[in-house]
Design a protein around this ligand. Structure first.
Ligand code: CTP
Ligand code: MG
Length: 228
């Protein structure tokens, strides 16, 4: 069994409101995407990492890491799911259906090798795969307009993170069959739609997605803490 990785890095970062896509903003001295790839490479389990980037992206060639032979690129698509499928297709001539593929957001630079090993080991014997996720600590309300309809049992609600690890063949099939469906916001949701039940593995709260400006400072803090 081989392990592959796909990194969707073709977003525009609208909510970040910066002068460039957020994956190219500096974090602890390096572009966010470079930090993310360094961490994936440091796990030392991936045969190849396919990074989906916007065609003509002027920032990608500037990264210090682009000549690493373990990294290839694929053209990003309109939605995140399109970018992921493009990355999967770029691995098609090497990957087998039963191989594992980790999909990890470019915008999550604080992942640890420990989390990668945890996902790999916890789900090693699963037929489908699963995701890192976090329990909800806040009390959860179901709301209609601005009125609370009910309180949801928070023990049943988890927040999806990445990496998400699935069998290569199944994930490609699921994303191909659900292409264009706006409800597919992560890999697990594509498999759920096909009737599969992906597993949950508890991740770390510092594995944040950089989404808004304040997240950069938070990520810098987490990277500093992890280095201690
Ligand atoms: N992504 C992608 N292709 C797209 C859209 C998103 O590869 N068409 C990637 C982003 O680069 C990011 C990850 O998917 O690494 C998670 O998406 P998100 O946090 O929503 O990033 P953006 O879409 O860039 O941000 P925004 O939604 O604020 O515009
Ligand atoms: Mg987005």
């Amino acid at each position: 069994t081989h392990y592959w990785a796909v990194v969707p890095a073709a977003g525009v970062g609208k909510r970040m409101q910066a002068d460039r896509p957020k994956q190219y903003l500096l974090l602890a001295g390096k572009p966010v995407l470079e930090q993310t790839l360094i961490r994936l490479l440091s796990a030392n389990i991936f045969s190849q990492i396919a990074v989906a980037i916007t065609p003509g992206d002027p920032y990608w060639p500037e990264l210090a890491i682009v000549n690493d032979t373990r990294i290839i690129t694929a053209p990003g698509g309109t939605e995140r799911a399109d970018s992921v499928l493009s990355g999967l297709n770029a691995l098609a001539d090497k990957a087998s259906d039963q191989d594992w593929v980790f999909v990890h957001d470019a915008a999550r630079p604080c992942l640890t090798a420990m989390d990668i090993y945890l996902l790999r080991d916890e789900l090693a014997n699963e037929p489908v795969g699963g995701i890192l996720a976090l329990p909800s600590h806040d009390t959860l309300k179901q709301v209609d307009a601005r009125s609370i309809m009910q309180t949801i049992d928070r023990n049943t609600i988890w927040r999806a993170l990445t990496p998400q690890m699935f069998r290569y063949g199944l994930l490609k099939q699921a994303l191909t069959e659900t292409a264009g469906n706006p409800a597919i916001t992560d890999e697990a949701s594509a498999l759920e739609l096909l009737g599969y039940t992906p597993k949950i593995v508890a991740g770390r709260p510092d594995n944040i997605k950089i989404t808004r400006p304040e997240d950069l400072a938070l990520a810098a803090f987490f990277l500093e803490q992890q280095a201690l």
